[in-house]
Design a protein around this ligand. Structure first.
Ligand code: C5P
Length: 222
């Protein structure tokens, strides 16, 4: 199979990163988690005590921070200014704040530049919210991965539970809905299905089922 550029977009908890990582591993491609980049910017904004509403300062920080996504043996390590923040960026607190940071034009510009460079000449699976629509509009394969909000909340609850965070399912569902709304309604690069993206609904699919569906699409299109 030639070196494809595969874009996977969708709302929180649809299984994008899990599925995208497996697809990348099976194809021997690089996996790029763009959500982790916005999470890293959010984490550093907090660390540096920059007010979240100070768009100019946050953007400047985003341009100058040293953000590294190291993908090795199926795992992504996220480093900010040399510090490993892979775990720190996955807390419920960061999840709550990230849509506010992700709607800042300067932050998106800074990330867009890095993301396009990373996609390079292909052989990549990139996941996020705006990959098929804005970041890589010429991607060879565009997938819009979604699932019902109830199922997404349940998955996130399970994942958080496994990592030692105890939260009510209803609270997670409310937070996921709020994040979807913020991501879909923002002015710049909102979350939406690209006209040429293929919808994969994982509500009733296992991880393996979703992976197979995407790999079949790749085979058909390559
Ligand atoms: O994918 P993940 O849930 O880690 O993304 C965290 C947040 O980062 C999203 O809710 C969204 O606000 C933002 N994001 C974005 N554009 C992307 C990827 C993520 O705005 N391409």
């Amino acid at each position: 199979m030639r070196n494809l550029i595969i874009a996977i977009d969708g709302p929180a908890g649809a299984g994008k990163s899990t599925v995208a990582q497996i697809v990348a591993r099976r194809l021997n491609y690089v996996y790029i988690d763009t959500g982790a980049m916005y999470r890293a910017v959010t984490w550093l904004t907090n660390q540096e005590k920059i007010p979240l509403e100070d768009a100019a300062k946050v953007s400047e920080m985003a341009y100058h921070m040293n953000l590294e996504l190291l993908y090795r043996e199926g795992k992504t390590t996220v480093r900010v200014n040399g510090l490993d923040v892979t775990q720190e960026i996955r807390t419920p607190a960061v999840s709550r704040l990230v849509p506010g940071i992700a709607q800042i034009a300067g932050v998106r510009e800074a990330m867009l530049k890095v993301q396009r460079e990373m996609a390079g000449r292909g052989g990549v699976v990139m996941d996020g919210r705006d990959i098929g629509t804005y970041v890589l509009p010429n991607a060879d394969i565009k997938i819009f991965l979604t699932a019902s909000v109830a199922v997404r909340a349940k998955r996130r609850w399970q994942e958080l539970n496994n990592r030692g965070f105890t939260m009510e399912l209803a609270q997670i569902e409310a937070e996921i809905s709020a994040r979807d709304k913020a991501d879909c309604e923002r002015d710049i690069a909102p979350l939406c299905q690209a006209p040429d993206a293929i919808l994969v609904d994982t509500t009733d699919l296992t991880i393996e089922g979703a992976v197979t569906a995407i790999l079949n699409i790749c085979k058909e299109r390559s």
